[in-house]
Design a protein around this ligand. Structure first.
Ligand SMILES: CC(C)(COP(=O)(O)OP(=O)(O)OC[C@H]1O[C@@H](n2cnc3c(N)ncnc32)[C@H](O)[C@@H]1OP(=O)(O)O)[C@@H](O)C(=O)NCCC(=O)NCCS
Length: 181
């Protein structure tokens, strides 16, 4: 695919319709319930969540996160529509949400759930310093297992934050709203 400008911006209410269309491409089986859930938690999620928009204004990627309590961030949903994968969009989205979540001095860790079979996502999380901290058997409705993966603040500060900032500044075809830095 020809290089195209993708802009990463904070999730706002105006994105919710286009976000649902992107969710339908990434999580076709349960996108309706995910979209309803995101609308419910929108006030909690919006300070930590971002969308990647194509030049036409379509949402091509998203990350949705919340703070569960003062100490714990939770990445709930991350996805990039198939045609925009392997261009660094997922990594930039995850970097932005980590910058937001760890900006609060009391956040000591960020965690997420990932299917044990999802090699692409596991590789991305390992690359950004997450480690597998637990296996939960039959976590998903289809009976498959998940890993809980966790990133501690110390790891983030030592070797991930600078790498994230560098990743966000790289890529001539991608502009990011770096308000979190
Ligand atoms: C996981 C996902 C968000 C990655 O998005 P992406 O924009 O394609 O990822 P990036 O191009 O930013 O890749 C960043 C890193 O992720 C890993 N990665 C991404 N796709 C991969 C693949 N197909 N195979 C192996 N590793 C992969 C690599 O470590 C890559 O780093 P590298 O380019 O230095 O090798 C995307 O594949 C997706 O939306 N999948 C379906 C939804 C999903 O699984 N969400 C996560 C649920 S927990």
């Amino acid at each position: 695919m020809q290089a195209e400008v993708v802009v990463v911006v904070r999730l706002s209410e105006r994105h919710l319709g286009n976000l649902e269309r992107a969710l339908a491409r990434v999580f076709p089986e349960d996108y309706r319930s995910i979209a309803s859930y995101i609308r419910c938690i929108f006030p909690r999620a919006s300070p930590f969540s971002h969308v990647a928009e194509s030049i036409k204004g379509d949402v091509v990627g998203f990350v949705v996160s919340i703070l569960e309590d003062r100490w714990t961030g939770h990445v709930l949903y991350l996805g990039v529509i198939p045609e925009y994968r392997r261009r660094g969009v997922g990594e930039k989205l995850l970097c932005l949400t980590l910058l937001d979540l760890f900006k609060l001095s009391s956040t000591s860790k960020v965690y997420l759930e990932v299917s044990t079979e999802n090699r692409a996502a596991i590789n991305l999380y390992l690359k950004l310093g997450f480690t597998i901290t637990r296996l939960v058997k039959r976590y998903y409705a289809n009976g498959s297992d998940c890993y809980i993966m966790t990133l501690l603040r110390a790891t983030y500060e030592e070797r991930i934050k600078d790498a994230c900032i560098k990743s966000l500044c790289q890529g001539l075809d991608l502009q990011s709203q770096l308000s979190s830095l």
